[in-house]
Design a protein around this ligand. Sequence first.
Ligand SMILES: [Zn+2]
Length: 356
Amino acid sequence: MPAPLQFPFPETPPLGTTIEVAPGVRWLRMVLPFALDHINLWLLDDEQDGVPGFTIVDCGLSNDSTRAAWEQVFATHIGAKPVYRLIVTHYHPDHAGNAGWLVERFGCELWMTQGEYLTAHAVMDNAAGYSPEAAIVLYKANGMDTSHDDGLAKRGHFYRKSVLPLPNQYRRMLDGETLTIGGRSWKVLVGNGHAPEHASLYCAAIGVCISGDMLLPKISTNVSVWSVDPNGDPLGQFLDSIRAYRDLPEDTLILPSHGLPFRGAHERVTALEQHHAERLAELEAAMVAANAPLAAFDVLETLFRRKLDTHQTTFAMGEAIAHLHYLRNAGRARRVIGSDGIVRYAPPAVRQAGAG
Ligand SMILES: [Zn+2]
């Protein structure tokens, strides 16, 4: 039996308060209006030119209630001290939402990888192939029927509503770079598959890794194909990326963006590999059983086993396409484009006996 994950901090910090989880590392949470009901953010002791201050990691959605919770944290923990920098792990709205507000308020620097910073701007501006309409084109090409048309039309531009304003300057973080925060070295670990260049941070001196969305204790990270990269293999990229957590010492305290801080990164990577292997095997079985090519939309029930609303369906479509692309890349499925233009997948063609 593999060792279960350990959760050394079972009590979560009430809104507007913090819990110290390692020397100079404080945990706070903000509310999210989704099934995923919270995000974890981190406050790190920092220092510049001999003056103590803070680095903030991730910022919550841009809305009044999150800002009110931030105000409480400013009042109780930050006080008159400076905030030197805001590190945003990746461009998603729950992580980048208040970036502009925090940067303006503290006059601090925004630190992100280039892929995340530019993607945030592209999504905001419907540039570089990002737009809600382009996403719908992708889902329809992968078999989504018209039952979600009304829900999709009403959605609007969620990113814009949840992130504005976005800073127009940043400090670029690179994979493998070492940052000095509060006199300690933190290494930047860039991972792919969930977002273009997601940054996690590892401090060997205190045995802590801020994993962001790349390693979560309970749920599996969303890994989706997006319209901008419609033939991409984000699942392959994600599975490659999470292997890096096996290189960390086994007792590293992982600070995830959702769920509780935990120890057991190696075990968690293994569990996620098994989870995706099972999903992939189920898809292969579904393709054999169907006896006809299947579109991503046709396999949502196989993958998710529950009724999905429109919002969940779009996430599920991205994930289903990602799994089918992985199978095709691995030679475990072939793509069939029907006369209706819809992309479907079937088991690989059976080779002739003796053909090698
Ligand atoms: Zn994310």
